[in-house]
Design a protein around this ligand. Sequence first.
Ligand code: FMN
Length: 380
Amino acid sequence: MWPLLAKTARLLPAEAAHKAAVQALRFGIAPRPSLPSLPVRVAGLQFDNPLGLAAGFDKNAEAMAGAFQLGFGHVEVGTITPHPQPGNPKPRVFRLAEDVAVINRYGFNSEGRDRALQRLITYRNKGQAAGVLGINIGANKLSADPATDYYDGAKSFAALADYLTVNISSPNTPGLRDLQDAMRLPEILGAVASGLADASENAPENAPVDYAASVPVFVKLAPDMEHQQLIAALDQLAEADIRGVILTNTTISRPDSLKSVHKQETGGLSGKPLFKLASQTLSDAHKHLVKTGMRDKLSIIGVGGIGSAEDVYVKLLLGADTTQLYSALALQGPELPSHILTNLADMLAKSGVSDIANICGQAATIDEAMKLAQHSAITS
Ligand SMILES: Cc1cc2nc3c(=O)[nH]c(=O)nc-3n(C[C@H](O)[C@H](O)[C@H](O)COP(=O)(O)O)c2cc1C
């Protein structure tokens, strides 16, 4: 039934299929697989497995329970902006089926903070949490001061998030990626810290809480940064007590290999053609953090082009503590997470790996990681 439904959804335009998938998950119309236990600990949080749903699928926090039902160990909702905004004109998302890829220029279509807050409060009150819930915050397109928007997001969602993601890397909001620059980053990170501090001040007197200590903050970066810019950003994240870096968002580059008629559409490219670029960024980040003794401070969440257990394995070997995907779910359907996790469990067992943390960063290059992953896959 699920492969057939996924196939039917692919007949719809990409955005309509996306909407239908969110609504299906919202009403629990989804497989309920039995899953292997593959625990990982990241930034002080316990995850049931090392595969999460990346931001952008459930932008308005409508379908958390359904997304967990698919098997994801964590689900990141958002990007949520303070005020509602429509995003870019349609069409704004394209499937590149031949390339196993997606291009989107949604531009943070968001129902805004208040709607998401209502849903998240309802969700938390039901006590439904079946995994780690991340909340990804962003800035409105017409914001006069983006730092204020990140302050607002941190303050508003501190009490509801297991972790917060500061998204400064979407390519579809003019100027957003400039916030990754060493000159701008401290202001944004300072605003987030103030938001958490003010949320703590507002906590009820009989239940004081220090959100700066209890809610780890992750920052999501682009794969298109120059090496030196990436290094400078990592140094600042570690200095500012950020707990994790999500590598990476979509790319504005267009590899020569792309075949689809949509390849020149404006927007961020994701899926298979992003895999190597995102993995190289992750590997570079891991190596820099090890070299500078900051690796323990900053966890790495690997995302970009994952479509199989081997892909997850490669990201772990290159230094990811956990991983996420989005495009492959849209292209392959709702059984993908459980297939990946089942295959990953087999690969780890066949390689004699009992603790996923033990393979983190064990490969120096993508080629080496791919060889190791293929070997584990062949023998499994
Ligand atoms: C249609 C679409 C919408 C996205 N929207 C967001 C978003 O709102 N916020 C964000 O941080 N990332 C967003 N992303 C990026 C994904 O979270 C992810 O970083 C990227 O797609 C790479 O992973 P993938 O190759 O598995 O898709 C979006 C991606 C897609 C395909």
